[in-house]
Write a protein that binds this ligand. Structure first.
Ligand code: SF4
Length: 304
């Protein structure tokens, strides 16, 4: 195991109580000081992958596979809130409305990092400045902040335990484009200057393109293609990645992907087979293996 890999999932799977596979064979690596994007349509399993890492999968669902943090196996949720933290799509979800944002951050600093209350106050102000807020904003209640301020405060809270990895679940979807740009640039700064690793869920390929790093394209609970953002977006190899890019082009003609995502209970073989223009008989009944291509690209397709 390379020491430069912070998070590694191996063959991660999730079954519903009825036995339908929501995630299958999700093997993912997040290197140190890197940003990895998880992209795909709704229902592809992106957010569920983050929940599996955080141990937030609903009870009754069974989780299989292994997860490692800096090479050491861990159980789902075991490192939540200390070595791995999460920022949600709704920034309000990170805060109890009865307490100030400063209170939330100080509480983590005292309980997780063991700081004295005086040191926690100073560190809270420093963290707020890191995310572009004023030290005095510590005294604000969540409802006294705009959506963008609240999301910055949520990032400060996620940084408080000095985690090795931050998971971000569509953190800018609820924000207007100007605020979105500022939050994304803050996240890029954290990776570069603070040295934290980031696993970012998004459905927006323009975000992926702007931020760079690595990308994993998900469909039907599986990872279909992984590689460097620049390479995958300039020369996608998997039929689903190609279709996704044609459905959300950076300029040019939009070609929606025909058909619908198969529900988990009806999936057989390649989960994309009912929408794929290249599907052959084998695609209907046999799950394709992941193949490693030149340059480290990995593609799960019978024909690639
Ligand atoms: Fe299409 Fe078959 Fe490849 Fe799946 S395995 S993406 S259905 S060609």
């Amino acid at each position: 195991m390379s020491e430069s890999i912070i998070l590694q999932t191996e063959h991660l799977g999730i079954l519903t109580p009825d036995g339908a596979a929501l995630l299958s064979d999700v093997s993912l690596k997040v290197p140190k000081r890197q940003m990895v994007h998880l992209v795909g349509e709704s229902g592809s399993g992106k957010s569920l992958t983050l929940k599996a890492v955080m141990g937030l999968v609903p009870s009754g669902f069974s989780v299989s596979g292994t997860m490692r943090l800096s090479g050491e196996p861990f159980a789902a949720g075991q490192v939540r809130g200390r070595r791995i933290t999460m920022v949600f799509q709704d920034p309000g979800a990170s805060f109890d409305p009865l307490y100030t944002v400063g209170f939330h951050i100080r509480e983590v600093l005292v309980s997780v990092r063991g700081l004295s209350s005086d040191s926690a106050r100073v560190e809270t102000e420093r963290l707020l400045e890191v995310v572009g807020l004023r030290p005095s904003d510590a005294s604000l209640y969540p409802h006294e902040m705009s959506g963008g301020m609240k999301q910055r405060a949520a990032v400060a809270l996620a940084l408080a335990p000095e985690p090795e990895l931050i998971l971000l679940d569509e953190p800018t979807t609820a924000l207007d484009p100007t605020v979105e740009r500022r939050i994304l640039s803050l996240i890029a700064d954290l990776v570069e200057h603070v040295g934290v690793s980031v696993l970012l869920v998004t459905h927006d390929l323009s975000v992926v393109s702007r931020m760079g790093g690595l990308v994993a394209v998900m469909y039907g609970g599986m990872i279909m293609e992984t590689g460097e953002v620049e390479e995958v977006l300039s020369a996608p190899e998997h039929p689903y990645t190609i279709a996704l890019m044609e459905a959300a082009p950076f300029g040019g003609t939009v070609r929606p992907i025909p058909g619908d995502v198969l529900p988990p209970s009806l999936r057989t073989g390649c989960p994309f087979h009912n929408r794929c223009p290249e599907a052959t008989d084998i695609c209907h009944g046999t799950v394709p293996e992941v193949r490693r291509h030149a340059g480290g690209r990995e593609v799960r397709c019978h024909l690639r």
